[in-house]
Design a protein around this ligand. Structure first.
Ligand SMILES: Nc1ncnc2c1ncn2[C@@H]1O[C@H](COP(=O)(O)OP(=O)(O)O)[C@@H](O)[C@H]1O
Ligand code: SF4
Ligand SMILES: [Mg+2]
Length: 396
């Protein structure tokens, strides 16, 4: 895929450069049963302790399997979902503390681009009406006539002719519709755009064009992005930094080139080993790690390291009962901003620990962890050596 190169990262750790801070955010959805008493019988631990920072002007790529909590985290950042715990600080303000007019004004700064442009654009509204809606809501234009010069500029920026204004969403191709979705997000002059799987619904041939467009717009309008994807290949060239998510938390975070050059978490290694390399010689000789089994249910996540049921490096100690924190590793040549949530990252990296084979674990989908503190147990597990099977690209 030909895409634009990564954009320069602002200096690490400078608080003035930080636009968004996510601190210990959890989003647990109660599972209810019973019509009259509406009893809570468990929780979906969709997001279960995420910390991250996004600096002004950077692109943070958030990657992980379907169902690992990416969209829920994106929605919590946009204040569309209330965190069960933790807080989201945007531009120095805790967004949960905002109400009424203040919240409305802040919403202007935070916009979303959705996965499926067809279902996110009202088919009965013309492009002009779709684009002017937000501008009117935020007091940027009184009516379509007043907004027209700005609308033409926006369409030009996203590579559509101004004649598009009088057309309807169904008259466009998928790629063009996503350009309209991007123009709509841009129409209110936001600071942060959360793009949730912005190219997943598009043909592979147009994915790169839309990713390139996002990169160009970032340069033009000084935007900051959180780009969510289930595919490491999609975010590779646009992201300055990448966070890899697994079952509600971030298991590895690094500058994009560092993550691809030296993935440290077994899950990231498995994801990367599933991304094809065009050179047949490298393709034949490189590490292949196939993930066994499905993503466990977020309503009954494994104890300890969430990845232990599928991890080829799982150890008898710590992995099953101690949840690893995202931490700086002690490995020569690995920068301090390359963090990993694995107890054994150093030993895996040095080769002291070798991968073993893993058998699929069956998790009872009807079993819920009873309260937010107890994340349940694995119902059945068969340790030992067996061929790793399964498609690591499934759901990715
Ligand atoms: N409103 C909701 N109520 C209950 N469960 C939800 C809700 N939204 C998402 N989930 C569940 O939370 C988990 C994470 O979902 P999501 O954030 O959409 O993951 P992703 O975007 O990574 O595919 C999934 O198991 C999903 O079914
Ligand atoms: S902590 Fe254990 S189970 Fe988790 S990724 Fe590391 S080695 Fe695997
Ligand atoms: Mg999603």
């Amino acid at each position: 895929m030909t895409t634009t190169g990564p954009h320069p990262t602002t200096s690490a750790g400078d608080e003035h450069d930080v636009l968004l801070t996510v601190e210990g955010v959890k989003v647990h959805f109660p599972i209810k049963q019973g019509v009259i008493f509406d009893k809570t019988i468990g929780y979906v631990y969709a997001v279960d302790g995420v910390d991250l920072q996004i600096r002004k002007g950077e692109t943070y790529g958030l990657v992980g399997e379907s169902g690992c909590g990416k969209s829920t985290l994106g929605r919590a950042i946009l204040n569309l979902e209330h965190p069960t715990e933790g807080r989201v600080v945007f531009d120095g303000v805790d967004i949960a503390s905002l109400k009424g007019e203040e919240l409305r004004r802040k919403r202007q700064d935070l916009q979303m681009v959705f996965q499926d442009p067809l279902s996110s654009l009202d088919p009965r509204q013309s492009v002009e009406s779709l684009l002017v809606e937000g501008m009117k809501a935020h007091g940027l234009a009184k009516d379509a006539k007043q907004a027209r010069p700005r609308l033409r500029e926006l369409l030009h920026a996203v590579g559509l002719p101004s004649t598009a204004l009088n057309k309807y969403p169904h008259e466009f191709s998928g790629g063009q519709r996503q350009r309209i979705g991007i123009a709509r997000a841009l129409s209110v002059d936001p600071k942060l755009i959360v793009a949730d799987e912005p190219v997943s619904a598009l043909d592979v041939s147009v994915q790169a064009q839309v990713i390139n467009l996002l990169g160009d717009l970032q340069d033009e309008f000084g935007l900051t992005y959180l780009v969510i994807a289930h595919d490491l290949a999609v975010v590779r060239h646009i992201s300055d930094r990448i966070g890899v998510m697994y079952l509600g938390s971030i298991v590895e975070e690094a500058a994009a080139p560092d993550l691809y050059a030296e993935p440290l978490h077994p899950y990231t290694r498995a994801l990367l080993s599933a991304v094809p390399i065009p050179d047949p010689e490298i393709e034949d000789s490189r590490e292949q790690i196939l993930l066994t089994g499905d993503l466990p249910s977020p309503s009954n996540p494994p104890t300890g390291c969430r990845f232990h049921t599928r991890c080829p490096w799982r150890q008898k100690t710590r992995c099953d009962d101690e949840r690893p924190q995202l931490r700086v590793v002690e490995i020569g040549g690995i920068p301090a901003d390359h963090k990993v949530a694995c107890h054994w990252a150093e030993q895996i990296h040095s080769g002291q620990l070798q991968p073993h084979e893993v058998e699929a674990v069956s998790v009872d989908p009807t079993s819920f962890a009873a309260d937010a503190g107890d994340h349940g147990t694995i119902i059945a597990e068969t340790p030992g050596r067996a061929t790793q099977s399964g498609d690591p690209g499934r759901g990715l």
